[in-house]
Design a protein around this ligand. Structure first.
Ligand code: ADP
Ligand code: TMP
Ligand code: ASP
Length: 243
């Protein structure tokens, strides 16, 4: 696999074309952001931890017949993925109240949500990723109604697969964000599934093991990602100082 041209750098990952037209290399960087990029830091080893975390989860989802973009790990911080035409939408499922939901409707963190909530956000940092609904997607031509129905179905299937997986590791899957894209007329799960894009709490103490540690200045950010990963059974390569 030959790494060709750099095609895009987002806030935390970079994409490169390859000598295979349908494949991209996705590089997980140490860059860490929150509040739509307003808070920023470089955290040692985050790229490597997230690359391995993502590979592990994507493989579990593929085994459970979720179509994902993930193909293979390439290096400590890079993976090969299927090139997608991404929908500009973030698909969120919430099992327990936290984050923007608590602010928006004035409820306490930690309430069990039954049934789980499904939300759509427009992926637009300068607008603060506003909450939208299915009708916005069709009116503004961001996707077809059938595509949103399919993405909703896949997003809930991911919950059914991952909630028990995390619970076995004594972790509550509080909420998560997914992104989907098209390839040859099919929808695939793209982007990443890592502690950057979900909330994970220890099931007994409710200690946070995700990016809220960064958002809320709780410290031990990457150490907590690693704890969550090791509990799931992920074998991270030896962690290098300053890596
Ligand atoms: P952002 O700052 O937009 O969140 P990231 O740093 O996460 O960006 O970079 C990843 C970018 O690559 C995102 O815009 C994401 O939608 C896009 N992306 C993720 N997976 C794929 C894929 N398989 N094909 C094309 N684009 C992708
Ligand atoms: P929120 O509570 O901030 O709306 O976030 C809900 C979930 O979605 C949480 O797990 C974090 C994730 N998320 C992202 O990964 N990227 C984003 O841009 C946003 C807004 C949320
Ligand atoms: N993902 C967004 C950012 O990186 C929002 C957040 O995580 O708070 O800024």
């Amino acid at each position: 696999m030959k790494k060709d041209t750099h095609i895009n750098s987002g806030k935390t990952k970079s994409l490169f074309s390859t000598d295979h037209e349908d494949d991209l290399i996705i590089e997980f960087r140490n860059d860490t952001t929150s509040f739509d990029g307003k808070k920023f830091a470089q955290l040692n080893n985050k790229g490597m931890i997230n690359n391995y975390f993502n590979a592990f989860i994507m493989e579990k989802l593929s085994q459970a017949h979720i179509p994902t973009h993930f193909k293979a790990l390439l290096s400590h911080t890079e993976s090969v993925v299927r090139k997608l035409d991404m929908l500009p939408i973030e698909f969120v499922v919430r099992n327990i109240s936290a984050g923007s939901l608590c602010k928006r409707i004035g409820i306490k963190e930690g309430m069990t949500l039954r049934p789980p909530l499904f939300e759509l956000f427009l992926k637009n940092d300068s607008l603060g990723d506003p909450l939208i609904n299915e009708d916005y997607v069709t009116t503004f031509n961001w996707g077809a109604r059938e595509e949103i129905i399919r993405c909703r179905e896949l997003t809930f299937q991911v919950n059914t697969i991952l909630q028990p997986l995390f619970l076995e590791a004594n972790i509550l899957l509080v909420d998560y964000k997914l992104e989907f894209g098209r390839s040859n007329g099919e929808l695939f799960l793209g982007d990443e599934f890592t502690p950057d894009g979900c909330r994970l709490w220890d099931s007994k103490s409710r200690e946070k093991l995700d990016k809220d540690r960064f958002r809320q200045n709780l410290g031990q950010v990457i150490e907590s990602y690693e704890v969550a990963g090791r509990r799931l059974g992920i074998n991270f390569p030896h962690i290098e100082e300053g890596g």
